[in-house]
Design a binder for this molecule. Structure first.
Ligand code: NAI
Ligand code: MG
Length: 335
């Protein structure tokens, strides 16, 4: 079947990992027509805005996008395109499967957890102001509506994927009203899922638990900020930012992107690991019901990492982005 998908190559290592992913998708024979758009600094220079309307309307039409990382300047400059995109399209669930990968050696062997992050509110509301010089307020917004729908999403995800446990991560001991509401919504929702074992963990303890015993966790549900931080932590359990994919999911619409950012420290040098982006594309393929192609790509990728031992430098290897990508493409076209 022919598919139409919006593509945002991004910046920094974005164009490199995107090119690698397109190469692998075409070697797998998937028939996709891409609607390609810049975002962030490049879009600002070319179109006068970081998030062009044409890009948003493309995703509203195609219902699915593949996105490379986009740089957000620290301090002045512009607000995050990534946060803006998730809010504009109400992509309320950020799903990041963190799984041990064949051939990628870490301190842990059997990590298989999924971070489900609320994607539209919390301290990412963008509501900050100077009260008086030297005093700043930043507003954390938590609503019953968003907390309930993400709790439902996490429980539905657990049910659909045969996962046993959903752990809600919070700091309701200190933020009694905001995190208290998030926790309460989860407690109410999970009652309707008898097959899901609920668990509650305070976020600081959760960080320690993840480093000590990651294999004990299954689905982790959290607010936006904790989800951002803990998902980077979780990538470190399975090989780092180069290997963990993600999806931003709304009602009938989804944008797939790696957990990692634009990695300016390694951009343009052939050092980027495209694994996270390729795995994001396999999540996308499953979303558009190209399951067989997704299986084939994953098998080829894992064979290159595991059996062939071909790896980029972040995983201790010496392969360039292109060498690694061509090894996957060869596996796909040979089989
Ligand atoms: P980062 O994720 O870009 O990089 C952190 C570290 O991981 C760096 O040392 C980098 O070289 C390494 N790394 C990341 N991805 C890699 C890959 N695929 N292969 C090999 N090494 C990899 O985080 P950082 O440096 O904090 O952020 C850089 C920029 O990215 C910032 O402007 C930030 O706002 C943006 N960003 C964008 C995201 C998005 O578009 N969804 C997500 C996270 C950050
Ligand atoms: Mg992040």
């Amino acid at each position: 079947m022919k598919h139409l998908v919006t593509l945002i190559p991004g910046d920094g290592i974005g164009p490199e990992v995107t090119a690698a992913t397109l190469r692998v998708l075409s070697a797998a024979g998937v028939d996709i027509t891409w609607e390609r758009f810049p975002a962030g600094a490049q879009a600002l220079a070319e179109h006068g805005t970081t998030l062009p309307d044409a890009l948003l309307s493309s995703i509203r039409r195609t219902r699915v996008a593949l996105k490379g990382p986009v740089t957000t300047p620290v301090g002045g400059g512009f607000t995050s395109v990534n946060v803006g995109l998730r809010k504009a399209l109400d992509l309320y669930a950020n799903v990041r499967p963190v799984k041990s990968i064949p051939g990628v050696r870490t301190r842990y062997e059997n990590v298989d957890l999924v971070v489900v992050r609320e994607n539209t509110e919390d301290l990412y509301s963008g509501l900050e102001h100077v009260v008086v010089p030297g005093v700043v307020e930043s507003l954390k917004v938590i609503t019953e509506r968003a907390s309930t729908r993400i709790a439902r999403f996490a429980c539905d995800y657990a049910r659909k994927h045969g996962r046993r446990k959903v752990t809600v991560v919070h700091k309701a001991n200190i933020m009694k009203l905001s995190d208290g509401l998030f926790l309460d919504c989860f407690r109410k929702v999970v009652q309707h899922y008898p097959e899901v074992q609920p668990e509650e963990k305070i976020v600081d303890n959760m960080c320690m638990q993840l480093v000590m015993h990651p294999e004990r966790y299954d689905v982790l549900l959290m607010e936006n900020l904790y989800g951002d931080i803990l998902s980077d932590l979780a990538t470190g359990l399975v090989g780092g930012l180069g290997v963990v994919p993600g999806a931003n999911i709304g009602d009938g619409m989804a944008v797939f992107e790696a957990v990692h950012g634009s990695a300016p420290d390694i951009a343009g040098r052939g050092l980027a690991n495209p694994t996270a982006m390729i795995l994001s594309a396999t999540m996308m393929l499953r979303y558009i019901e190209e399951n067989q192609a997704a299986d084939r790509i994953e098998a080829a990728l894992f064979a290159v990492l595991g059996e062939d031992g071909i790896k980029t430098p972040d995983l201790g290897g010496t392969a360039t982005t292109t060498e690694f990508t061509e090894a996957i493409a060869t596996r796909l076209t040979d089989n």
